[in-house]
Write a protein of this length. Structure first.
Length: 400
């Protein structure tokens, strides 16, 4: 059974997102679903496509196969028996964002590096899944300087109005948060991708210009394209060997397995923030839009275990921060207190930053938490024994 995506004109607001940020690469729909995932007004629908299809010939890693026309390379690879994974060490290729931003799914098709999740197969196409010899790529926004940092920016650096950090943001995410706080980056599939070497050089240049210690990478979700990220940190450390350099990663933690953390620290990351989206799986699913319960459970477990693993193994080497998304539309104060207890059981002195999720993307109806509400949040977490709690408010960060 085949599907295609159509536009629902009754819901389309003509915002231009699909013409400028998340653009279609194909002349006919190949059901990649990128536009369906990215449209801020949910004006795309998946429908059955019963029109006739020919079988076409593709050659994958030297072996000929027949696959239906008008499907993505990713789908063709699946049909040819290739496992397509989400976690960096699972599957022959990984396609965690499936919206074109992370470039983890890069393959070589007819001699060109393309994204398997977006690109349609063509008759006679020669595909190679071995990309070890080519430079990894990724879409990046920034760098930009900041006076306020992320969840793991050390609170004691955030004094006064001076710049404390420069940041870049990676496109592509494995979550589908309806209140994605950075959706125009997350779903960008049209900007030119760059290598980790170029990204490390650009952010280093900005570090020097603005005279800061911190260089942050956030998203989207930076951990999706593991090879890219490791090479980025290696180059960043080479360019910034001084002790004061803060090589900062902000992550949702869902892919941060112990082996991945070890590799990141070895590559030079010395400031890591993890943001588990809740403590109850229902809350996680509500925030992230992940509808597969077993995947949601795995993601949530991995992110909490990442916090614990970092604290247990790298407390002295890495400045660690924990982020908590908060809005009463998706999290009760009772659950927030449970999160406080959980963090306390790991380490009451770890830095905690609560982010006041504002209305955006597909949840424009929610209200940004009021200033007093965020102070209450802080009081609750302090009451659970947490020592260094920062809350993001409409007037800036408050705390510890
Ligand atoms: S999975 Fe294809 S670009 Fe992210």
């Amino acid at each position: 059974m085949f599907t295609k995506v159509i536009k629902d004109d009754s819901l389309c607001r003509k915002c231009g997102f699909c013409a400028t940020v998340n653009r279609c690469l194909n002349s006919q729909c190949v059901s990649c679903l990128a536009c369906y995932l990215a449209c801020p007004y949910e004006a795309r629908r998946i429908v059955l496509d019963e029109s006739p299809r020919k079988m076409i010939n593709v050659i994958v890693d030297g072996v000929p196969y027949y696959v239906p026309e008008r499907i993505t390379i990713k789908e063709a690879l699946r049909l040819c028996g290739y496992e397509v994974g989400i976690y960096p060490d699972e599957g022959i290729i990984q396609a965690p964002c499936s919206s074109g931003g992370c470039w983890s799914c890069a393959v070589i098709a007819n001699g060109e590096v393309v994204r398997a999740c977006l690109t349609g197969v063509k008759d006679g196409m020669k595909i190679s899944t071995d990309t070890r010899h080519i430079m990894p790529l990724r879409i990046i926004h920034g760098p930009e300087p900041h006076t306020v940092g992320g969840k793991a920016t050390p609170w004691f650096e955030e004094k006064g109005r001076r710049y404390i950090e420069v940041a870049i943001w990676t496109a592509g995410c494995n979550l589908r948060c309806r209140s994605c706080q950075n959706y125009s980056v997350t779903y960008d599939n049209s900007s030119k991708p760059i290598s980790p070497i170029e990204a490390a050089r650009e952010i280093t240049y900005y570090r020097r210009i603005y005279g800061v210690k911190g260089m942050a990478i956030s998203g989207g979700e930076p951990t999706l394209n593991r090879r890219w990220l490791i090479e980025y940190f290696r180059e960043l450390r080479r360019l910034n060997p001084d002790k004061g350099a803060r090589l900062h990663l902000d992550s949702n933690g869902t892919l941060l397995t112990p082996a991945y953390i070890d590799e990141l620290v070895e590559a030079g990351a010395n400031n890591i923030g993890v943001e588990p989206k809740g403590i109850r799986v229902e809350t996680f699913m509500n925030i992230t839009g992940i509808t597969d319960r077993s995947l949601a459970e795995r993601y949530l477990k991995t992110s909490w275990e990442a916090v614990k693993y970092l604290v247990d193994n790298y407390r002295d080497k890495v400045y660690i921060g924990v982020g908590i998304p908060y809005n009463s539309a998706f999290m009760s104060l009772e659950e927030l207190a449970e999160i406080g207890d959980k963090i306390n059981s790991i380490d009451p002195e770890v830095q905690v930053c609560v982010l006041d999720y504002f209305p955006t993307f597909r949840r424009r109806e929610i209200k940004r938490p009021r200033y007093k509400e965020m102070l209450k949040v802080r009081e609750i977490l302090n009451g659970r024994g947490l020592k260094y709690v920062i809350v993001q408010t409409i007037y800036g960060h408050v705390g510890p």
